[in-house]
Design a binder for this molecule. Structure first.
Ligand SMILES: Nc1ncnc2c1ncn2[C@@H]1O[C@H](COP(=O)(O)OP(=O)(O)OP(=O)(O)O)[C@@H](O)[C@H]1O
Ligand SMILES: [Mg+2]
Length: 285
């Protein structure tokens, strides 16, 4: 399942003198089973845009089309919008702040209760979702506040997965996690992608973009200013002070400048780079 965004604009605090045009005539498309990174400087409109994807924010102008749902000002009162949240699951930044039930399993089950599943059936779904994020039955009865930061985030993500959405949006999923937990979380997101989910990740982390994303979209002051592959982005962002090209790509480009014949666009991990260097050496000694 994909998302089509047609000429979407949104202003916060429309009537106040502090009115902010957060999205300015944005049009883009996200395809079925895509893996898209959404990047841009702080305040560029990323979180606002992803909240439009499941109807939490209704655009002032334009529309978002997901399957047979249309999110638009005209449709803002539609009761069907609630069901859109079954299709598009949104994991907020620092989702662990929203854990509130007394046990892990109840917290995760809360998501499906909103959609009519009750009692044992809801708990069953919760256990499946916890299994998916790698938390076993020893966690079911524990109070969420006792868990580590990484574990809390897994519980919060399970609370979205439990609804089984086709499209998953993660707003800064690795922010504040240690490298090990970040890696684990990205492995989970990759697994969900391989299972056929459409993935959208909002991030400032260009290494993450390089390693995982198929496509990148970039916002700047509420406007879409780039859409393309990660490698094309790294050629483009030389002009942006606050977005940095990954070190891996800088090294690969330097080696290429020095005469090593490397396909920079094919290098997504350190292992990729090492493989190419090895090959090059075999051909040159
Ligand atoms: N609730 C709000 N009320 C008023 N203005 C807001 C609100 N939320 C966001 N804004 C403003 O809208 C613009 C876009 O904000 P948004 O949070 O979408 O940016 P972002 O790209 O997600 O930034 P960050 O990288 O810091 O998370 C910013 O100028 C921000 O100050
Ligand atoms: Mg944000």
């Amino acid at each position: 399942m994909g998302i089509k965004v047609n000429n979407v604009s949104y202003t916060y605090q429309k009537k106040a003198s502090t009115a902010t045009l957060a999205l300015n005539d944005v049009s883009l498309e996200i395809y079925d089973n895509d893996f898209v990174a959404l990047v841009g400087e702080t305040g560029s409109g990323k979180s606002t845009l992803v909240q439009c994807f499941n109807g939490l924010i209704i655009p002032d102008n334009g529309e978002i089309v997901v399957d047979d749902f249309i999110v638009s000002y005209k449709n803002r009162k539609s009761r069907r919008l609630k069901n859109l949240r079954k299709r598009v699951g949104l994991v907020f930044q620092f989702p662990e702040y929203q854990l509130f039930e007394e046990t892990v399993e109840k917290d995760v089950a809360f998501g499906v209760k909103n959609f009519g599943l009750k009692g044992e059936a809801a708990l069953e779904k919760a256990h499946q979702a916890l299994d998916l994020v790698g938390l076993d039955s020893s966690y079911y009865q524990r109070p969420p506040f006792e868990l580590s930061g990484g574990e809390k985030r897994k519980v919060a993500i399970a609370g979205v997965l439990v609804i089984e959405p086709d499209i998953l949006v993660f707003d800064e999923p690795t922010a504040g996690l240690d490298p090990e937990s970040s890696k684990e979380l990205m492995a989970l997101i990759t697994k969900l992608h391989e299972q056929g989910k459409t993935i959208i990740v909002v991030t400032h982390d260009m290494d993450l973009v390089n390693t995982y994303a198929k496509r990148v979209l970039m916002l700047d002051h509420g406007k879409l200013v780039f859409s393309g592959t990660p490698n094309a982005l790294f050629n483009h962002i030389q002009n942006y002070d606050r977005l940095d090209v990954p070190l891996l790509i800088k090294v690969a480009k330097k080696l290429k400048e020095k005469g090593m014949d490397l396909p920079v666009e094919g290098i997504h991990t350190i292992d990729d780079l090492l493989t190419y260097i090895k090959k090059w050496r075999e051909n040159h000694v």
